[in-house]
Design a protein around this ligand. Structure first.
Ligand code: GTP
Ligand code: MG
Length: 197
């Protein structure tokens, strides 16, 4: 898929104020600092469109970006950010889970996983919750430039194995790097195929 245009539409904390659910949308989610905003910028080819930061907790709202005037990429705040109060965490959880569960135009949840790490409980729990809700999702392993492909493959295999405790079939997955653009075509082609389904 060619990206002809990518524009920021709105940031929201209220589900009632989101754009009307008439265009296909893809939500990017994962632990704080996993590289969601960087990946969105890499996919769209627009550096700085989604705000990135070395400090976790940068993205705090539901951000809609309109791609090719046809479909939305949604940048979500990360989960598992330790330096946030319990109340705030609970609010975040409720808000994001309501969005994911109720958004009619959501085609697929793109779950970002740090490819450098062994399977993390919080990521596995989140995938299990998506499965319970019957929401379709794919895995995107990020930051693959930071270690050897052998190490990445090992962590991917471990994550898939851990998921097999609850899932009959392993979800589709992609390995990416926002630094090298590795995986860009694969992710965009996947979205294209869902859009044209
Ligand atoms: P929150 O919005 O805080 O949840 O974070 P995020 O998941 O949007 O992460 P963000 O894109 O802001 O990236 C976090 C940090 O990781 C930044 O310093 C990025 O430059 C870095 N980073 C993201 N992706 C990659 C990657 O593929 N390779 C490398 N080397 N660094 C990356
Ligand atoms: Mg972000």
């Amino acid at each position: 898929m060619t990206i002809k245009s990518a524009e920021f539409i709105c940031s929201n904390t209220q589900i009632s104020k989101l754009p009307p659910p008439v265009k296909a949308e893809y939500a990017f989610i994962g632990r704080s600092n996993v590289g969601k905003s960087s990946l969105i910028n890499m996919l769209t080819g627009k550096r700085g469109m989604a705000k990135t930061s070395q400090t976790p907790g940068k993205t705090q709202l539901i951000n809609h970006f309109l791609i090719n005037d046809e479909w939305y990429i949604v940048d979500l705040p990360g989960y598992g950010y330790a330096r946030v109060s319990k109340n705030k965490k609970a609010d975040w959880d409720k808000f994001i889970r309501t969005y994911l569960d109720k958004r009619e135009s959501l085609q697929c949840v793109m779950v970002l996983i740090d490819s450098r790490l062994e399977p993390q409980k919080i990521d596995l729990e989140f995938c299990n919750w998506l499965g319970e809700k019957g929401l379709s999702f794919v895995l995107i392993f990020t930051k693959a430039d930071k270690q050897s492909s052998v190490k990445t493959d090992q962590n991917v295999a471990k994550f898939k194995k851990a998921l097999m405790a609850t899932f009959e079939e392993a979800p589709q997955y992609f390995v990416t790097s926002s630094e090298t653009q590795h995986g860009r075509d694969e992710v965009l082609n996947f979205i294209d195929s869902v859009n044209n389904h």
